[in-house]
Ligand binder design. Structure first.
Ligand code: ACM
Length: 635
């Protein structure tokens, strides 16, 4: 009896510790088998990488530097084959299952091996290995008194999609070369391989074009404003236009190489014919409504109108004129230089959100429509896109654009980036065009990720659990046309790297899993556990992330007395919710939420907080009675 109790306790203990210590890899690998024991990384461990391949050597150097920095060891690399230590090796015969980016990682008690068909696979194997090490491996200075153990595992892994992207809008706010590199470092850790740089917009032109110097002497600068974008006061004529910046071609070449060293391609975007105010402020003759001194780079003051129903329109003409031959000469110059800087096979022409109210009234556009037999403005836009495609193809590049390029007929070879939901992607795939899925509904990282009462205000909300449902291949679509997916970080309201990190993480974890991991491995609870482990990795290096996943989801409907009935839910398990209606701060001695609650008639505010294991974990939320009534549809 005594023995069996001990045996059961032991078993429970083992089970419990196996559960808590299950490796928390993001994105989840294709297969992971846990084995007995651990590998003890120590100062005598050696890193073996076959010589003769500079990419393999670089991956080995990356691993060596990362390990030595945080452990304080002086682990050496060697090109000699050996059976001990950490071995990085390319397969002599390709393992077809692994493809170009897959790897096989084996951790045994006496050695570690990473095998791949190509260096990219070794790099991803290294990323997984680093995630198996204690979180302190993230540190940039040596950490003492840590046992650097790695659980024995066998992992076979390869990506679901070849296009695993993040878009970084460096136009709305300029981010320095060093900040872009930091962004790249973080992407690589989660096996993203495509950085889409949104380089031009109404608020700034960020890429040096040597043949068009005003694009950066004029177009890269606006007036610094603080507050809420789109609600800023109009800049005064004498306010300095000294906020912004741009990348020289040398800067961009350096960024391209830096990314390539971590197996990341860079997709450059020049957004035309809309979103072009910075270009027009530099060269007003590019608009259908030219005029000296008429245009200024936007500083966040309102210049477009977005009615809840009906078409958006511009208060200022921010579009290039499709009827003007000078525009195509301009774009030829731009894309000649862009193509020389970025080796990636695609160039993004934007194409989104073109306000056409100035085209409507333009005699030049009317003449173009007559000459080219264009029936409407969709066809005018399509005429423009087709001409841009010819220019881009002539530079040896393929064209990709936002899904508006479908309007009026797609250019013959263009790929489509589907952002207004997945419909554009479905339509393009049906026309046998390549598609990258990046719908607002799942992967817009500029959206608020928690309750609007507590988040910096932006247009819409998108919680982590919703992003985790991102599925790049819609039902009924031929998967061969879906190149993959990406998440987009627009930066109208993102002024610095701290907030940028907050907006990206943890939702980019979910995106990495959607584009890398097998679809059948999706499991929210398991993912949420791993996310929390990665929060610890972020904490240790003071990297910011949003804790919104700990805050409740608050919904309301109205009761018979026209009062809000409030439902509180949590995205992750194991949280207790406490609330108050008397303006004081709730804690664990307050009413604990179990069922929907009706707001007392005279309440002014509902305050809510979550706890786990008796400790506060969510943020203190305060939602006004007026807001709750609005949510409940009470007038
Ligand atoms: C977009 O979000 N306007 C592509």
């Amino acid at each position: 009896m005594r023995f069996s109790i001990i045996a059961i306790c032991l078993l429970i203990n083992i089970c419990a510790s196996a559960q808590t210590s299950r490796p928390a890899i993001i994105p989840e690998p294709v297969s992971l088998t846990e084995k007995q024991g651990v590998y003890n990384l120590n100062e005598n461990s050696v890193l073996y990488a076959a010589s003769g391949n500079s990419d393999v050597s670089r991956v080995a150097d990356y691993l060596q530097k990362t390990i030595n920095t945080s452990t304080g060891f002086n682990i050496k690399t060697s090109s000699e084959a050996n059976t001990n230590g950490i071995i990085l090796a390319l397969n002599s015969t390709a393992d077809n299952e692994l493809g170009n980016e897959g790897y096989l990682l084996k951790v045994d008690t006496d050695k570690i091996s990473i095998n791949a068909n190509a260096p990219a696979g070794l790099f991803y194997g290294v990323q997984t290995l680093l995630q198996l090490l204690p979180k302190e491996i993230e540190r940039k200075t040596a950490v003492k008194n840590i046992s650097w153990t790695i659980p024995a595992v066998e992992i076979k892994d390869y990506p679901r999609f070849g296009w695993r992207g993040l878009m970084f809008d460096v136009s709305r706010h300029f981010f320095t070369k060093a900040e872009v590199k930091q962004f790249i470092d973080d992407m690589a850790k989660y096996k993203f391989n495509l950085l889409h740089m949104h380089l031009t917009d109404d608020q700034g032109w960020r890429i040096e074009i040597k043949s068009l110097p005003k694009l950066t002497s004029v177009g890269a600068w606006n007036v610094k404003k603080t507050g809420t974008f789109n609600y800023f006061s109009d800049p005064l004529p004498n306010e300095p236009r000294d906020y912004g910046g741009f990348y020289t071609q040398e800067d961009l070449k350096e960024i391209v190489q830096y990314a390539k060293d971590q197996f990341i391609n860079i997709l450059p975007e020049v957004d035309v014919p809309g979103h072009s105010l910075a270009a027009i402020a530099s060269y007003p003759e590019l608009s259908c409504t030219p005029g000296a001194d008429k245009y200024k780079v936007n500083s966040g003051e309102k210049f477009m109108v977005w009615p809840p129903k009906g078409h958006f329109y511009g208060l200022v003409d921010n579009t290039l004129c499709p009827a003007n031959e000078k525009v195509y000469e301009f774009l030829d110059k731009v894309f000649t230089e862009v193509a020389q800087i970025f080796p990636f096979e695609y160039i993004h022409m934007g194409g989104d959100e073109t306000a056409r109210n100035f085209w409507e009234k333009s005699p030049q556009i009317k003449a173009l429509m007559q000459r080219e037999k264009l029936k409407n403005l969709d066809e005018v836009q399509s005429y423009f896109v087709k001409r841009v495609e010819k220019i881009v193809n002539a530079k040896g590049k393929k064209l990709i654009g936002w899904d508006e390029i479908l309007q009026g007929g797609l250019a013959p070879n263009a790929a489509v980036m589907s952002w207004r939901g997945i419909e554009g992607g479905i339509a393009a795939a049906k026309q046998k065009h390549e598609v990258v899925m990046s719908p607002t509904t799942f992967v817009y990282l500029d959206y608020m990720q928690g309750d609007p009462s507590i988040e910096p205000p932006v247009y819409a909300s998108l919680r982590l659990s919703k992003t985790y449902q991102f599925e790049p291949v819609p039902d009924g679509v031929d998967a061969q046309y879906i190149k993959g997916g990406q998440a987009n970080l627009w930066t109208e309201q993102v002024y610095n790297m701290r907030h940028l990190q907050y907006m990206i993480w943890p939702r980019a974890f979910a995106v990495s899993e959607a584009v890398w991991s097998p679809k059948e491995k999706r499991n929210w609870d398991n993912f949420a556990d791993r996310v929390e482990k990665h929060f610890e990795r972020f904490d240790i290096v003071d990297k910011k992330y949003s804790p919104a996943v700990y805050d409740p989801v608050v919904t309301a409907k109205k009761d018979a007395q026209n009062l809000p009935i409030i439902t509180l839910a949590t995205e992750i398990k194991g949280l207790d919710i406490y609330y108050s209606f008397d303006n004081s701060f709730p804690d664990k001695f307050y009413p604990k939420y179990t069922d929907p609650v009706t707001m007392p008639k005279d309440a002014a505010t509902m305050k809510i907080i979550t706890y786990r294991n008796g400790k506060p974990i969510g943020r203190m939320m305060a939602i006004s009675a007026a807001d709750l009534k609005k949510r409940a549809g009470i007038k």
